[in-house]
Design a protein around this ligand. Sequence first.
Ligand code: IPE
Ligand code: IPE
Ligand code: MG
Length: 246
Amino acid sequence: MSASSVVAQDRLAPPRHVAIVMDGNGRWAKKRFLPRFFGHKAGVDAVVRTIQACIDRDIEFLTVFAFSSENWKRPSDEVSGLMGLVLAAVSRYLGKLDSMGVRVRVIGDRDSIAEKLRQAWDGAEARTAHNTKLTLNVAFNYGGRWDIVQASRKAIAAGVPAHELTEDKLSEFMALAHAPDPDLFIRTGGEVRISNFLLWQVAYTEFVFSDCLWPEFGAQQLDAAIDAFHGRDRRFGGVKDAPNAA
Ligand code: IPE
Ligand code: IPE
Ligand code: MG
């Protein structure tokens, strides 16, 4: 195979890891004169569609922001509605995800969520631990700053001496230690911000922001984001055309 065809193939390789801020559920519902809850409900269907679309495109890791450490600030009926919806979604879709070969991992602070939900997440992880097709990381009660703090605490508790605390070492304690850093970050809903999602892990991730409201997201929007990703020149701080470039 010639060097140029290797480059062409490499360019079209799918991103290994896609991370998504699923935003816009409330506005989707509002446009339809529905309570916000119905936007979240439609958002669950979009998650299932997107998981399938990722599998179809040989994406290995999908990380979705489902509930942030800051989302507790929402009205209590919305928070409890979301919690109920997540529980219902786990019981409705876990078997399907398992048969699709999805390994579920939940990242976030599990200490301060309801016992029922904690058990549901533990059960989802245990049941799907053997799967290898796609790793689905659900960021739930997750915050990027929380992640850095919890990793630092774990490193200290493990007795890592200060001079051995390198970037690689701390990464071993981060919530996504089992995954490569995201290649592609997508945020739907039109806002152009991170909202405390994966702060540590997105150092060299490519960002795509879309006006599409999350319940309308699917294969077509994913392909548009992947196309944008393929158009990016990832240099990781280096120089692309340097004589000794890899
Ligand atoms: C994202 O949609 C879902 C969660 C944060 C759980 P929003 O609920 O933030 O929708 P908008 O931004 O109000 O439209
Ligand atoms: C980010 O969306 C969190 C999730 C999608 C779970 P938000 O709607 O909470 O973000 P802000 O408030 O617009 O920054
Ligand atoms: Mg929002």
